[in-house]
Design a protein around this ligand. Structure first.
Ligand code: ASP
Length: 588
């Protein structure tokens, strides 16, 4: 028998019991006569003591052990005298005085220290992920992930949802990304595609009458710029029949609220029911479709006010587009460098520049001030509701999105600068009434803002023929602390409307048949009205654990360039394998 207890289990109540523990050497302290070891397993740490007076051989062997050796030890539980307990440890009331030790396995010196949460190069952490996962923080993240998903499954089950596994090897489904493909050995020249999401299959489950489906689903997306994305990630994917937008949103809100209250009681949900903003309001007021509502600092529109002014940049934008402003309390103290950094940030999001007014004690100061008459300047300051000590930033653009976005990112940077983004607070909200399409400048055509199965608003179906760009969708996103954590929609269930959407997207009849024939056909056999959503579980877990990226809550993630540093994937394959798969590699 390897153990009678775990390393996290023993308490004063076990006094004088003879116990056997197995685990890793977390830390070893040699005090001449006595050797102390903190023995570690998933459940905790126990201090074990080797005293030559108890067993000379055991003590001698303990002298040879090093960090991360795997031990099996037997000894007697000894309750520490009052005042000598280790308050830091759950097992701190006791120690175990060892009479027998067996070294189950030796360990090389690890490439980084396991017993400390020091900054370690991420490449090294990913290459030795099994060692990285020995660390307290990482282990806790994985256990939290398990608990979260377990409770989520139960909550879905209690609400009548049935978990159905959908295949990994399938035909592609468009979610706006490139797909991973798998050559089909049995059918030369053909391929399976790894799903970007179970979207079409969950809709087909609705046609089958499943009524309420969910899945903790793995999704695959092959994207160029990886950033904080993973080629494979996990969603709570769900779909419901006979529902409106409201039904899907309230179900999710209920489940999320329970989960957050139970699993992160130390965090405060700022507002329930979650606030709702239309896409247009979210953009106008916060410059993004996923606003961080932990703080105010709203964007204002001053387009009307600057029409025909002498500052050409504003006047031109106001004639065709938008001039927006953002008042930042305390921003008058920003240095030149800080203002330059904000300007660079705004430029990343398409702005040509960032005008500003600093509200000094002796009045507004700004390079642009000379273009405005005193009363015009006063009117701007008034509209911006700025007072002494503030700064007002302005963005001007022909495009609504650019004018809003630029200030949206400046707003977040100012939120960080003034520590307004408190990690102890959770601000959730729904964003609704998204445009159905986006115009892709690169491809000079319309693309689905969400995916092509999203239903347009009922009263706008006719507008698909005349003015598709302004059609709104029955779509909703949920955001938390400035991150999008999920999105979904009511779907099209009419084959006629679905076909119309494919055509509006510029997909030819032949393509429609080839790629989507199965779903159009399914809709002809009695498809119920239906809708659903997917929540990005990795992202949610990252936010709840206060982690800087999703790799910290995934056991074996790829690095930021989509490589698996542990196993070395992706890697080349032997020629015979390629031949068998009918695959030929072409030199670029
Ligand atoms: N399939 C969508 C996605 O992966 C979610 C949904 O519409 O339910 O984003």
């Amino acid at each position: 028998m390897y153990r009678t207890h775990t390393c996290g289990e023993l308490r004063a109540s076990h006094d004088s019991e003879t116990v056997t523990l197995s685990g890793w050497v977390h830390r070893r302290r040699d005090h001449g006569e006595l050797i102390f070891i903190d023995l570690r397993d998933r459940y905790g740490l126990t201090q074990i003591v080797f005293d030559p007076a108890l067993n000379k051989e055991a003590h001698a062997l303990a002298e040879t052990v090093r960090s991360e050796f795997v031990l099996k030890v037997t000894g007697k539980v000894w309750v520490r005298p009052a005042g000598l307990e280790n308050k830091e440890l759950a097992t701190g009331a006791i120690e175990v005085r060892i009479t027998e030790i067996e070294i189950l396995n030796k360990a090389k010196t690890p490439p980084f220290e396991i017993d400390q949460d020091k900054e370690v190069n991420e490449e090294l952490r990913l290459k030795y992920r099994y060692l990285d996962l020995r660390k307290e923080r990482m282990k806790n993240n994985l256990v939290f992930r398990h608990k979260f998903i377990k409770r989520l499954r139960d909550l879905m089950d209690e609400r009548g949802f049935c978990e159905v596994e959908t295949p990994m090897l399938m035909k592609g489904t468009p979610e706006g990304s490139r797909e991973f493909i798998v050559p089909a050995r049995l059918y030369p020249g053909t391929f399976y595609v790894l799903p970007q999401s179970p979207q079409q299959l969950k809709q087909l489950l609705m046609v089958s009458g499943m009524d309420k489906y969910f899945q903790i689903a793995r999704c695959f997306r092959d994207e160029d710029s990886r950033g904080d994305r993973q080629p494979e990630f996990t969603q709570l994917d769900l779909e419901m029949s006979f529902v409106e937008e409201e039904d899907v949103m309230s179900l999710n809100e209920e489940v999320l609220t329970i989960l957050l209250k139970e699993l992160v009681p130390e965090k405060e949900i700022m507002q329930t029911p979650f606030p709702r903003l239309t896409w247009h309001d979210a953009m106008s007021r916060f410059g993004t479709d996923k606003p961080d509502l932990r703080f105010g600092m709203e964007i204002r529109d001053v387009t009307e006010l600057v029409k025909g002014c002498d500052f050409k940049v504003f006047a031109d934008a106001a004639a065709k587009g938008y001039v927006k402003c953002l008042t930042v309390e305390g921003g008058a103290e920003f240095s030149r460098k800080e203002i330059d950094d904000m300007t660079e940030l705004a430029k990343v999001y398409g702005a040509k520049g960032l005008a500003y007014i600093q509200m000094e004690a002796d009045g507004p100061k700004a390079p642009i001030a000379k273009f405005f008459k005193p009363e015009e300047l006063e009117a701007l300051v008034k509209a911006a509701e700025a007072k002494t000590g503030d700064i007002i930033f302005f963005s001007a653009s022909d495009s609504f999105e650019v004018a809003c976005n630029a200030l949206g990112y400046v707003r977040l940077a100012c939120g960080d600068r003034f520590k307004l983004r408190d990690p102890k607070k959770l601000a959730l909200l729904w964003v609704t009434d998204f445009p159905l399409f986006e115009y892709s400048e690169a491809e000079k055509r319309l693309a689905s803002a969400h995916h092509p199965f999203t239903a347009p608003k009922d009263d706008q179906i006719a507008q698909l023929d005349t003015d598709p760009k302004n059609v709104l969708a029955k779509a909703y996103d949920i955001a938390m602390n400035g991150s999008e954590i999920g999105g979904g929609s009511i779907r099209i269930h009419s084959p006629i409307v679905q076909e119309k959407i494919f055509k509006t997207l510029g997909i030819s009849d032949v393509e429609i048949g080839r790629r989507f024939g199965h779903i159009l056909e399914a809709f002809e056999y009695g498809a119920p009205p239906h809708g659903g959503i997917a929540l990005g579980l990795d992202r949610i877990l990252m936010l709840l654990r206060d982690e800087p990226n999703i790799r910290e809550v995934i056991a074996f993630p790829k690095d930021s360039k989509a490589k698996d540093l542990l196993t070395g994937a992706p890697s080349s394959l032997p020629d015979e394998t390629l031949k068998e798969m009918h695959v030929k590699c072409v030199e670029e």
